[in-house]
Design a protein. Sequence first.
Length: 238
Amino acid sequence: MTEKLYYTDMYGKEFDASVISAENGSIVLDRTLFYPTSGGQPNDTGILKTINGDIRIVDVRQEDGTIMHIADGPVTLASGDKVHGIIDWEKRYIHMRYHTAVHIIDGVVNNDYKNGLLTGGQIYDDHARVDFSFDIIDKELISEIISKAQDIVDSGLKVYQREIERSEALKIPGLSRTEPGRQLIEKLPVVRIIEIENFDFQADGGTHVANTKEVGQIEMLKIENKGKGHKRLSFRLN
């Protein structure tokens, strides 16, 4: 099992690790800062420095608890080899800002709009989208939600992570607001929580900024009607 350094050191940029296996351009390490595609957040990219030269990591995946670093070509590594990893920090930081922004928008909707829930989202390098269960959505409603979210951003609230036992997590209503998330909590012995002080907390496995002010300015790009109970907001950060 790879130690997930990105859980406890979300601002980490470099790390040292040992190779567990390396086959067909897929590298498994004993510890990593590279975030694998998960929960709507894209994977990190970067470089592994080795005794044989630099290896460019272009994809990171997680399957059955194994985190696989996918290289852009053949690799010559063996079990036990030492590597030094460097993630593409600017890309990671953008993802952190967007992920926290999604949580803030989710918190606003959950707190103030009982006729709609955030049902999903996806982060990209230059924008993000969130899906709602509203039956009706318009520019006025979204502008109001974004305005409230921006107030939270500008308040400079602390954002931090903590872990609780599954038995405790199951007692907290709304800890996960989607059915897949609730099912996942039932399977995990320890549940990781992202908390925005005095505003919102929920189970989450992504990376986030430490203060809401780091999110920046939220700008609406477009709203879409994807069908009954399925409305979509696309936004970017400035």
